[in-house]
Design a protein around this ligand. Structure first.
Ligand code: ADE
Length: 228
């Protein structure tokens, strides 16, 4: 089984590369891909750079060029649900693009013809995440993630995304990875640890907690690999 592990920023995959220790590096399409093996599994690891376009390119490359059969996304997110705190870990049930807008033609936010507002994540990977959380005594939240090419740091915008998409967290890659994996029929999950509250202090909070929250998410992914 070949498994892709993907982040958006170098901080999101560094804990993985540090853990696996040795890996091969391949360059493709202005990006680096790291391959290694772990407990009989072939792994291919990459960070896409920020945003939906970069994430789509990387997810497609991981699947089509490197032959990944499952994809696990690891990283940080801003909380929209007031019950989520810095460092909390969330597994996405479904993802939507909050900045996709052809409402001028009567469509709901996040919808384009022949698509759907939400893309569901793989139920068995989600179940695996819950099993790992239980075994490790970690509280794992589950919820909707809204993705857009915007760092959300404004209370009004935050509330709009929260209510429009019933979303619990926001980030900048997950829904595009979801569209790619869904189209290419690759089971995937998106795991995110909270780095900020997507409010006016989000920039400071993100800078402060990016490394620690990214590490939490990466450690959880490693625990999932142990159970795969
Ligand atoms: N990733 C982490 N925090 C975020 C935020 N507030 N907005 C968008 N992406 C994020």
């Amino acid at each position: 089984m070949k498994i892709a592990i993907m982040g958006a920023m170098v901080e999101e995959i560094t804990p993985l590369l540090d853990f696996f220790g040795t890996y091969e590096t391949l360059e493709f399409a202005k990006n680096r891909y790291y391959t290694t093996t772990y407990k009989g599994m072939e792994l291919v690891i990459a960070y896409s750079k920020i945003g939906k376009v970069n994430a789509s390119l990387t997810a497609t490359t991981l699947i089509e060029k490197f032959g990944a059969e499952q994809l696990l996304f690891s990283g940080v997110a801003g909380a929209l649900n007031p019950n989520l705190r810095i460092g909390d870990v969330l597994v996405a049930t479904a993802l939507a693009q909050h900045d996709l807008d052809i409402t001028a033609f009567g469509h709901p936010h996040g919808y384009v013809p022949e698509g759907s507002v939400y893309v569901d994540t793989d139920a068995s990977l989600r179940a695996l995440a819950h099993k790992v959380a239980k075994a490790q005594n970690i509280i794992l939240q589950e919820g909707i993630i809204a993705t857009g090419d915007q760092f959300i740091c404004d209370g009004v915008k935050k509330e709009w995304i929260h209510t429009t998409f019933k979303a619990d967290a926001t980030e900048m890659e997950g829904a595009s990875v979801a569209v790619v994996c869904d189209a290419l029929k690759i089971p995937f999950c998106v795991l995110r640890a909270i780095s900020d509250a997507a409010d006016m202090d989000a920039g400071f909070s993100f800078d402060e907690f990016l490394v620690s929250s990214a590490k939490e998410s990466a450690q959880f992914i490693i625990a999932m690999l142990d159970e795969l």
